[in-house]
Design a protein around this ligand. Structure first.
Ligand code: AMP
Length: 113
């Protein structure tokens, strides 16, 4: 079966894609925890933050630019929004293809749970 998000990127598994470019793809989370909950993933398979190397700097920068674009098109910029990256078990990472959660449409507390 391989990586779930690679399968989504290759359109082998359906997803509600809201943005895509040369470097990144963004699609709606199947179990949203906020009115807007979009995942932004690089086309390159990188398992997590701990696997990043200097060669990935541009890729990760493009992922954040894509996240910003998603926030803009989802109308989140005026009120604000949260970006989350979970790395490893303690943070609750369940899919080992690096991704940024774009969360918006409600207020968020700090510290997170
Ligand atoms: P994380 O826990 O940070 O690894 O986030 C993984 C996210 O992927 C969770 O919020 C899941 O709800 C989401 N997810 C799992 N399967 C799918 C899928 N097929 N399409 C969209 N989102 C998914």
């Amino acid at each position: 079966m391989g990586c779930l998000f690679c399968n989504i990127l290759e359109k082998k598994i359906p997803a509600s894609i809201v943005y895509e470019d040369e470097h990144a793809v963004a699609f709606r989370d199947v179990r949203p925890i906020a009115p807007t909950h979009v995942l932004v993933v690089p086309r390159k398979h990188i398992a997590g933050i701990r696997d990043l190397s200097a060669a990935d700097a541009t890729t990760i920068g493009q992922v954040f630019l894509a996240a910003r674009q998603v926030a803009k098109q989802e109308g989140l910029e005026e009120h604000g929004y949260r970006l989350v990256v979970n790395d490893g078990d303690a943070a609750g990472q369940t899919v080992h293809h690096i991704h940024v959660h774009v969360l918006g449409g409600r207020d968020f507390t700090w510290p997170p749970g």
